[in-house]
Design a protein around this ligand. Structure first.
Ligand SMILES: Cc1cc2nc3c(=O)[nH]c(=O)nc-3n(C[C@H](O)[C@H](O)[C@H](O)COP(=O)(O)O)c2cc1C
Length: 163
């Protein structure tokens, strides 16, 4: 099964999380969304997709510019991870993966991997919360502290079961 971790990152935090996921996962490709195309991603059997949130609840710039509608996701397994900041952006915390989740579900993706409980974070509202849980892995580097690598490893293991 061919799997890619696909991420967007402006300041490097999401790149770091994507690299940690890869080191836990093993044989997967690591792809920056700024340097790929829908047809390249459509070749993969499974996608692990990450975005930070920017500009009051929007997708990171490279994800914004990418032609997401051209992704073929019907029946494809997709896992989602998001990076945000609850202290500065409490009302739009990690909105980015919520936006991708809504679009990808509409396009027929099967979302896999642990849905993180919300009690590890303190925030007002987030588009990433569906039925009381985050739609995937949610990271705020200010909150994770020493648990960052453990939290990523635990979630990665939950995704591995599906691939
Ligand atoms: C201008 C700006 C707007 C942001 N807006 C949000 C937001 O609405 N929600 C959120 O959770 N984080 C927000 N953040 C925090 C970023 O998502 C966070 O710093 C993240 O780690 C950046 O990821 P990157 O280093 O991969 O680009 C914002 C950061 C900046 C600089």
């Amino acid at each position: 099964m061919s799997i890619a971790i696909v991420y967007g990152s402006t300041k490097g935090n999401t790149t770091g999380v994507a690299e940690l996921i890869k080191s836990n996962f093993g044989d997967v490709d690591l792809i920056n969304i700024a340097k790929t195309t829908p047809s390249e991603l459509n070749k993969y059997d499974g996608l692990i997709i990450g975005t930070p949130t920017y500009y009051d609840g929007k997708l990171q710039d490279d994800w914004e510019a990418f032609d997401k509608e051209a992704l073929e996701l019907k029946g494809k397994k997709v896992a989602l991870f998001g990076v945000g900041n609850q202290r500065r952006h409490s009302t739009t915390f990690n909105n980015g993966i919520g936006i991708l989740y809504e679009l990808f579900v509409k396009k027929g993706a099967e979302i896999v991997g642990d849905k993180n409980p919300t009690d590890r974070h303190t925030f007002e509202t987030s588009k990433a919360v569906v039925d009381g849980k985050f739609v995937g892995l949610v990271i705020d580097k200010e909150v994770e502290g020493d648990s960052l690598e453990d939290n990523i490893a635990k979630w990665t293991n939950s995704v591995k079961k599906f691939f």
